[in-house]
Design a protein around this ligand. Structure first.
Ligand code: 5RP
Length: 221
């Protein structure tokens, strides 16, 4: 599958979200929206009203990553609000099959995220319910953390499980993705890359997206 880049607005200027979204609209594939509730992770960001506002103003599809305690309760609302993709955490979902099916029935792509030390094999049965697996390469909660190389073998394992399943499932990495780390993640089999500080910390966010894409493509050819 073609490489996709999903800039994380967690590292953007929250006072100018529409302009920050516009800055990557010509170069990125998605806009990654980190929803945090200060329970599942020790940080509080934004919720449904901001997603609805972004949906109305941003041209890129929204890639909503729910780092919240009760995704079964909230994920359907994000899908109904028009998110292009809604990802729930395996560690938080109590009824993942039902929730993933509800996301899909609203027309959004359904994703399952795994924290760095959550094993992937226990979730192989869920592949048929998924459009994307998200591998956290930092502990979730904050941008700007260093990429955890310890997750690379799990990304390789996920890639093998996805290839064996013959399903069209994207493999996303999130956390510490930069010009220095993206090639390793791509070589391990990831094809969708979330980048926060590497994009919004750059002088030209659009150019930073182009540069990340070029490097990931280089690693997979
Ligand atoms: O999910 C996240 C943190 O929980 C963020 O998407 C991620 O950390 C992006 O920021 P950076 O690229 O700076 O690591």
């Amino acid at each position: 599958m073609a490489i996709q880049i999903s800039p994380s607005i967690l590292s953007a200027d929250f006072a100018h979200l529409a302009a920050e979204a516009e800055a990557v609209s010509q170069s990125a594939d998605w806009l990654h929206v980190d929803v945090m509730d200060n329970h599942f992770v020790p940080n509080l960001t934004l919720g449904l009203p901001v997603v609805e506002a972004l949906r109305a103003s941003a041209s890129l599809p929204l890639d909503c990553h729910l780092m919240i305690e009760d995704p079964d309760r909230w994920a359907p609302s994000f899908a109904e609000a028009g998110a292009g993709s809604v990802t729930i955490h395996a560690e938080a979902a109590r009824s993942p099959v039902r929730t993933l099916r509800t996301i899909r029935s609203s027309g959004a792509r359904a994703g399952l995220a795994l924290n760095p030390v959550t094993p992937v094999d226990g979730y192989a049965e869920l592949l048929g319910e998924l459009d994307m697996v998200l591998m956290m390469t930092v502990e979730p909660g904050f941008g700007g953390q260093p990429f955890l190389d310890m997750v690379l073998p799990k990304i390789r394992r996920a890639r093998a499980l996805i290839n064996d399943s013959d399903a069209d499932i994207w493999l996303q990495v999130d956390g510490g993705v930069s010009a220095e780390t993206i090639e390793r993640a791509a070589e391990a089999g990831a094809d969708v890359f979330v980048a926060g500080s590497a994009v919004y910390g750059a002088d030209d966010p659009g150019h930073a997206v182009d540069a990340l894409r070029t490097q990931a493509e280089k690693a997979t050819h």
